[in-house]
Design a protein around this ligand. Sequence first.
Ligand code: RIB
Ligand code: CA
Length: 315
Amino acid sequence: MTNVTQIIIDTDPGQDDAAAIMLALASPELDILGITTVAGNVPVELTARNARIVCELCGRKDIKVFAGADRPLCRQLFTAEYIHGKTGLDGAELFMPSLPLQEKHATDFIVDTLMGNPMHTVTICTLAPLTNVAMALQARPSIAGRIRQIVMMGGGFSEGGNVTPAAEFNMFVDPEAAEIVLHAGVPITMMPLDVTHQLLTTSERLDRIAAIGHPAGRALAGMLRFFERYDIAKYGSEGAPLHDPSVIAWLLKPELFSGRHCNVEVETRSELTRGMTVVDWWRVSGRPHNAYVVRSVDTRGFFDLFTERLARLAA
Ligand code: RIB
Ligand code: CA
């Protein structure tokens, strides 16, 4: 029996979040204890609905989905309908999910799950602004010593930002939450834009997903074709970066990635560089190495894994 990793996915679906959730659902090495949703790409009412739609598309009505924070810790919510569309999952035929939303608040679920499982057995995969995780750490600081690791999509290093010249979206929306998480003393693996920009969709790759012959594959291909139009127009790129699935792929095949432990800080005071992650890659600051920052990936290996796993949904 392969080693099973117990995970919580914290997410703001978003088409790339949908891709990450499907990859996780198709991978038996991962035991999804629950999916917590947060305001980010679209408001939390929609991210909570969208996460349930994705699980239902994959035939997984057993998955527990929780709604969390409806805005950042201390700022106005900034959303990204300009990328993801009004629904957050534009590009596919959506439906009202029959999968129920859990009563419990997402941050209570995070605290209860970490307190209710043995030390260092639960991994948190964050695909969104870090508001839920920060609130859970504020509510019960002792969970920091119990989390196995946080694998986060967020930040940028030499790639700069995708919302402002300095800041990546997840860090930009709630920099105060990011600061709490980065200083909590939890083992962190960080997937910044520097690595996710190496994971661009292409029409050939999307055709492989559409050809999976499962409603989830067809829906995801439609979502990603909508998602990529923004980046193609903005960057003149061939497709859009599959940001969030990089987090799940790290858990499945870490050998596809490489990086180094170093210090990461996030800007919370300047309006010009709000949400900027300052990555001390060359270790000149003397500050503690609080994250393993990933900087390169085997792109072909990632898409082979991604497509092979999604094909299992049709099995
Ligand atoms: O900057 C990319 C990140 O912001 C991804 O998680 C995407 O879904 C958005 O949330
Ligand atoms: Ca996301």
